[in-house]
Design a protein around this ligand. Structure first.
Ligand SMILES: [Cu+2]
Length: 174
């Protein structure tokens, strides 16, 4: 009697069978990342934790409000990659409220909370490879005007809140 050789199909050979090489699904499974929106009313400090996140294209980020304080997430007009879209969330009003965004395009996304821009409540999401200095979106006059209107909903002129181009924003002191 000859022994029966049971064909063994490993995960690896199954990958070869289906894809003829690299096993796309194993490394490219989209992930969800969570950012907590933290309001410390004692020290009056508001923050996104983690402030900086590195993810892969196709991943989703979910922001969760940790307190009954109003926040939102909005990219700076020049704070996202050329050819990509910025994002703007709804306002999250109470604890437990959440908002998710799926990032398709590679690059760096710099965002902040509109009501708390003066407290430097901001964060960064890097999708794949970070953007170089010249790889950021060049906002139109219309986009800048709309952003200024949004700021004006929250701040009076004398509060000194205005649109600042990226390099100025990054070098301004606290
Ligand atoms: Cu906020």
């Amino acid at each position: 009697m000859g022994s029966v050789v049971k064909p063994k199909i490993s995960k690896f050979s199954l990958c070869l069978l289906l894809f003829g090489g690299g096993c796309a699904w194993e490394q490219k499974e989209p992930r969800e990342h969570v950012v907590s929106i933290v309001s410390d009313l004692n020290s009056m400090s508001m923050s996104f934790e983690p402030r900086s996140l590195h993810i892969e294209p196709g991943d989703t980020v979910t922001w969760i409000n940790a307190a009954d304080v109003t926040h939102n997430m909005i990219t700076y007009p020049d704070g996202f990659p050329k050819g990509a879209d910025g994002f703007e969330s709804d306002y999250l009003l109470v604890a437990g409220e959440r908002w998710s965004y799926r990032f398709q395009d590679e690059g760096t996304y710099e965002y902040h909370c509109l009501p708390h821009i003066l407290m430097k409540m901001e964060g960064t999401v890097v999708v794949g490879k970070a953007s170089g200095e010249s790889d950021f979106h060049d906002p139109s006059n219309g986009e800048i005007a709309r952003y200024r209107e949004q700021l004006a909903e929250y701040f009076d002129e004398d509060e000194g809140v205005s649109y600042r181009p990226r390099l100025e924003r990054l070098t301004q002191s606290e």
